[in-house]
Design a binder for this molecule. Structure first.
Ligand SMILES: *Cc1c(COP(=O)(O)O)cnc(C)c1O
Length: 381
């Protein structure tokens, strides 16, 4: 642990010690009465965070597997899907759709800009046969928070199914699955739920099942077929609600974290992220940085910051790691070298971490010869 870096990455984050301690619990069976109590407890808390009445399926794997599952289970090869693309993770959804041989219609926005509900409305009219709209809520690649509620409303009004990657938003900012008309919603514990990687959660609305059941030909294997997971929740509900062995300790750690989030209150948890992002935006602006995303669409979970001409971002990142033990996120794909990303997940939203990060940024600027008054970066705290 001596060399542990403080994580300001866009996920995973530095989680609390009691969450880590849960990982060291004795290994238990992923079935039977003892397990069902834990499973139902986590299921109930997740429903509160997803703001849904629908079942949440626990699928071991990374979030991308569950997005793959969602898109693959809903449509058959040759059918049409509309995919929102304004960053790295939107591109990934388009790749998934293409690999399934779907006719993929892109709702595009420039990197750093938000997806536009009016543009979606036009696409929906042009492609009345596209039954599904898939998009990312918080595009972690650019740090844009897409206007999910409006986008979902437009898609719902046109009678389409809305599939959402809420991996880096759920738990960190408001997501109302039922009220906003989100049909499929995916997340993982290792972002805003402040636990560790190893499992994904996916919730599915009743009208999505109608689509799935009307598509027996949308047959994409066994593990990543939503129907497999429904079958076990239905037929083995009382003692073994999943088709495979679960990473039980990961779920125990998730439970520990969820309990604290629920006890704190979701709104207070969102507020913690909001205040951290404000402190970072205000502080870095005072140090002469420009933000990558305008305030209206800026994410409270991760802040994107533009490069500046005085130094290379790779040199800055290396200095932060080597001199201050701080890890930040770099620009992904075409944004590499153009911007950096600062996560506000988990401990990165604490005052202790924020002071450490913002002061280290000042120190780096002074090291490169830029005149900065000591404490100038702390104005937003
Ligand atoms: C982190 C992230 C993912 C990828 O999650 P994996 O678990 O690595 O597959 C997908 N989408 C978004 C928006 C993310 O932030």
């Amino acid at each position: 642990m001596a060399n542990h870096l403080k994580l300001f990455t866009p996920g995973p984050g530095d989680v609390d010690e009691d969450v880590l301690a849960s990982l060291a619990s004795p290994v238990i069976r992923h079935y039977g009465p003892e397990w069902m109590e834990i499973y139902n407890d986590v299921q109930g808390m997740l429903k509160q965070v997803f703001k849904t009445k629908d079942e949440i399926y626990f699928v071991p794997g990374p979030a991308s597997a569950l997005m793959d599952m969602a898109i693959g289970s809903l449509l058959a090869t040759g059918e049409k899907i509309i995919v929102g693309v304004n960053g790295f993770f939107g591109e990934r959804l388009a790749h998934i759709a293409n690999r399934y041989g779907l006719e993929t219609i892109l709702l595009k926005a420039a990197y750093g800009k938000a997806l536009d509900p009016q543009a979606l409305e036009i696409l929906l009219k042009q492609h009345a046969d596209a039954k599904v709209v898939a998009l990312v809520h918080h595009e972690t690649g650019t740090t844009v928070l897409n206007p999910l509620q409006e986008l979902a409303r437009v898609a719902n009004q046109a009678g389409r199914i809305v599939v959402v990657d809420a991996v880096s938003s759920l738990g960190g900012t408001d997501v109302r699955m039922d009220e906003w008309g989100i049909d499929v919603c995916v997340t993982t514990p290792n972002k805003c739920l402040e636990a560790v990687p190893g499992i994904g959660f996916i919730s599915v609305s009743p009208r999505t099942w109608q689509l799935v059941d009307s598509h027996p030909q949308a047959n994409h294997g066994w593990y990543l077929d939503l129907k497999t997971w429904r079958q076990y929740v239905t037929e083995w509900a009382s003692w073994h609600p999943t088709p495979v062995t679960l990473p039980t300790n990961v779920i125990l750690a998730t439970r520990t974290s969820l309990k604290k989030i629920i006890a704190m209150g979701l709104e207070a948890h969102f507020d913690k992220y909001r205040r951290a992002s404000q402190a970072v935006r205000t502080g870095l602006h005072a140090l002469g940085f420009e933000m990558f995303v305008e305030n209206a669409f800026a994410s409270p979970v991760v802040t994107g910051v533009c490069r500046r001409p005085e130094f290379e971002l790779t040199d800055m990142s290396r200095w932060l790691v080597e001199q201050r033990g701080i890890a930040i996120g770099s620009g992904l794909g075409e944004l590499s070298g153009q911007m950096f990303r600062v996560g506000h997940l988990a401990k990165a939203a604490t005052r202790e971490y924020l002071v450490d990060f913002l002061f280290a940024m000042e120190e780096f600027l002074r090291y490169t010869g830029i005149q900065i008054q000591p404490g100038a970066g702390l104005v937003g705290l």
